[in-house]
Design a protein around this ligand. Structure first.
Ligand code: ZN
Length: 227
């Protein structure tokens, strides 16, 4: 992705990727982590039973700690349930007279489809037109993560991101485009391997004003195969 068009383009993708790497390491490094609480143990038992039902031997070496790892990973991948928009945005809202479009594109996104509990992943592009308030640019990827780390469908995820920004900033409008690959489609061969699902949510002037909408969609799709 090479677009640097637009007045305010922040390349959050790289930073976001780095942060995810660190946390992924924490998942892998599961030695010595207390797993004592009852819910975790129950979760582990269920995963162990799933392994049996798959015809596996949960006691073989490679699988012995798998229930523990799965419980930890699923807890991390759904920790968005424990967050709300106010926590995530924190003190990151500022008064500002800027009234041009603010856009952050190529925000990495990893979520779990609620129909198959399989990942879908891709990118989110977010823009808004301020109405007296702006939000720290790093907060937008955190809003994406908060909703992505829940069981989701891509359509709802897209709308929730837009609604959250609308509620925090009350801007003139918000536009969100999410483009994602769904492993439940790709791995099961339901769709062609490279098919990408694109969803958008448009609020305020992004919905009502054709020029704003066109500018946003052009920036969101960059030089790629958009429309
Ligand atoms: Zn699915």
């Amino acid at each position: 992705m090479s677009s640097t068009k637009g007045a305010e383009v922040a390349r959050s993708g790289t930073r976001q990727g780095a942060a995810l790497t660190v946390r992924a390491d924490q998942i892998a490094d599961d030695e010595g982590v207390a797993s004592g609480d009852e819910r975790t143990l129950e979760f582990e038992n269920i995963v162990r039973r799933q392994l049996e039902l798959l015809g596996e031997d949960p006691q073989r070496e490679g699988l012995q700690r798998t229930p523990h790892r799965v419980a930890r990973a699923m807890s991390f991948l759904t920790n968005g349930y424990q967050q709300n928009v106010a926590d995530v945005v924190g003190e990151g809202v500022f008064a500002e007279r800027h009234e041009n479009m603010v856009m952050v594109r190529d925000i990495e996104l990893y979520s779990l489809c609620e129909h198959h509990l399989l990942p879908f992943f891709g990118k989110a592009h977010i823009a808004y037109i301020p109405n007296g308030k702006i939000v720290g640019l790093s907060k937008l990827p955190r809003i994406v993560d908060m909703f992505a780390r829940r069981l989701q469908v891509q359509e709802r995820l897209t709308g929730e991101i837009a609604d959250a920004i609308q509620s925090v900033l009350a801007p003139h409008g918000v536009g969100v485009v999410v483009e994602a690959y769904h492993l439940c489609m790709m791995m099961r061969g339901v769709e062609k391997q490279n098919s990408k699902t694109i969803t958008s949510a448009l609020v305020g002037v992004f919905r009502d004003d054709g020029r704003t909408r066109d500018e946003f969609l052009r920036l969101a799709h960059g030089s790629g195969p958009g429309r």
